[in-house]
Design a protein around this ligand. Structure first.
Ligand code: ATP
Ligand code: MG
Length: 179
């Protein structure tokens, strides 16, 4: 009950960042990203980003490199609007991200975490948790894109293989063999 109460409290917090009334959907996104004079600080004391100008063309790959604490993660987390910029603007395909529906914006951004986390459940469920209504075809397409399909098919239960915490190390060893 204590856990449930805390969960309920967290779920009832009104987020600071929400849709504008006339926010638009992103359709047919190409993926051009542009920062114009972006400045950001978490609090009054420390300015993390100051007048950042950056253009990334659609399809272009960019690595953000720099010493620890310089603001790389911060810069990236401004794109899905985990935080809002203090000054300047960020554009995707020339649309200011503040004019895009949050759900639509975030649906179009993929984030790969540094450390891998598998939920207790089947391989199918672990792939589909990012898109709960994903079709079987989409799940297989995602697995193929991640170079995991062949290895999954070799498992006795294929996509229905249950991955719990104990199987995790086994999976890790297996996937290393495939790299
Ligand atoms: N949630 C937060 N609240 C307040 N300050 C933060 C927060 N997150 C990061 N910072 C501060 O903002 C600055 C930039 O941090 P950030 O995590 O973006 O750096 P980074 O370049 O990604 O570092 P690393 O290479 O260690 O991942 C640091 O001074 C950090 O202490
Ligand atoms: Mg970081």
């Amino acid at each position: 009950m204590a856990g449930f109460k805390r969960f309920y409290e967290v779920m009832n917090i009104k987020p600071d960042i929400y849709d504008k009334e006339d926010a638009v959907e992103l359709d047919n996104i190409k993926g051009k990203v542009e920062f114009k004079d972006v400045s950001f600080r978490y609090n009054d004391r420390n300015t993390v980003l100051e007048n950042i100008n950056l253009k990334v063309a659609a399809g272009e790959s960019v690595a953000i490199v720099g010493p620890s604490g310089v603001g790389k993660t911060t810069l990236c987390s401004l794109i899905p609007r985990f935080y809002d910029v203090d000054d300047g603007s960020i554009y995707i395909d020339d649309i200011n991200i503040k004019d895009i529906k949050l759900k639509s914006l975030r649906q179009n951004i993929g984030i790969v975490q540094q450390d891998v986390f598998l939920f207790a459940g089947t391989i199918r469920e672990n792939i589909a948790y990012g898109k709960l209504n994903a079709t079987e075809e989409e799940i297989i397409k995602a697995a193929k894109a991640a170079n995991a399909h062949d290895f999954i098919m070799e498992l006795e239960d294929g996509y229905d293989t249950y991955i719990g915490e104990r199987e995790l190390s086994y999976q890790a060893v297996k996937s290393r063999e495939y790299q």
